[in-house]
Design a binder for this molecule. Structure first.
Ligand SMILES: C[S@@+](CC[C@H](N)C(=O)[O-])C[C@H]1O[C@@H](n2cnc3c(N)ncnc32)[C@H](O)[C@@H]1O
Length: 229
């Protein structure tokens, strides 16, 4: 997640600070791999929340099916802190940190996950899946909630083969096809493009960019005029 990290951190802090303390601030990361970034997000959210409740949930595929889930790395990332390990869809996720390693995280998010989502970080497969991941969280994103897409930067499009989707990185294409950013003709109802936190790739580094969109009104479902196909 290197590159856009500082801007994203500032954005999360601002957003967490602006959210009411009455219900848990809920953050999800789709594609949490070894949970290095998940733990960093959890630390930021916990510190900014003060004593107010929060919930940070990582999603990935089960070990053996996931591309980069190393349970030793996961243990190191949580570093002795308590977390719930979940393998089946459940409505009983505790507050604090959880890691959901399951066959179909998208179906769980769409059909069973019971909490409003305040921040979703999409960093799984970076082809059409990025768009599908957005569609799986969209109905749950709270008013004013944020969705961030990793690998949105112009320079990274067309690099790094995504074997699952059989295409190179194309997050930008799907963000635009969903009507979430200005280049598309029809903007998606209920969303605004907040901006792009630029990664260091533009200046010779290896950090990719992140695009952030925000829920502004209650959208209509389904949104038939916009699709990924
Ligand atoms: C680029 S890595 C994630 C890196 C991680 N976010 C970080 O910052 O360290 C992508 C991960 O997405 C996972 N993944 C692929 N398809 C997924 C899906 N449908 N749902 C959740 N995770 C998925 C892969 O198993 C892999 O571990």
């Amino acid at each position: 997640m290197a590159g856009a990290g500082e801007q994203l951190e500032n954005l999360i802090k601002q957003h967490v600070a602006s959210c009411p303390p009455e219900r848990p601030y809920t953050f999800v990361e789709v594609g949490s791999a070894g949970c290095v970034s998940l733990r960093a997000f959890a630390d930021i959210i916990k510190d900014t929340r003060g004593g107010a409740p929060w919930r940070v949930v990582g999603f990935d595929l089960p070990p053996g099916k996931a591309w980069s889930v190393d349970m030793n790395e996961v243990k190191r990332s949580f570093d002795g802190l308590p977390y719930q390990l979940v393998s089946e869809p459940t409505t009983a996720l505790p507050e604090g940190m959880s890691l959901c390693l399951m066959d179909n995280p998208r179906s769980y998010l769409l059909n069973t996950f019971p909490f409003p989502i305040d921040f979703a970080f999409i960093d799984g497969c970076h082809g059409k899946c990025a768009g599908r991941d957005f569609l799986s969280v969209e109905p749950k994103v709270s008013m004013g909630g944020l969705v961030a897409f990793h690998d949105y930067g112009e320079i990274e499009q067309g690099t790094d083969w995504q074997a699952h989707c059989r295409e190179f990185i194309s997050v930008r294409t799907y963000v635009h096809r969903l009507g979430l950013a200005a280049p598309c003709v029809t903007l998606r109802k209920g969303w605004r493009f907040v901006g792009e936190a630029f990664g260091s790739r533009r200046s010779g580094g290896d950090g990719n960019s992140v695009a952030v969109v925000q829920r502004t009104t209650e959208p209509l479902f389904p949104q038939p005029e916009l699709s990924l196909d």
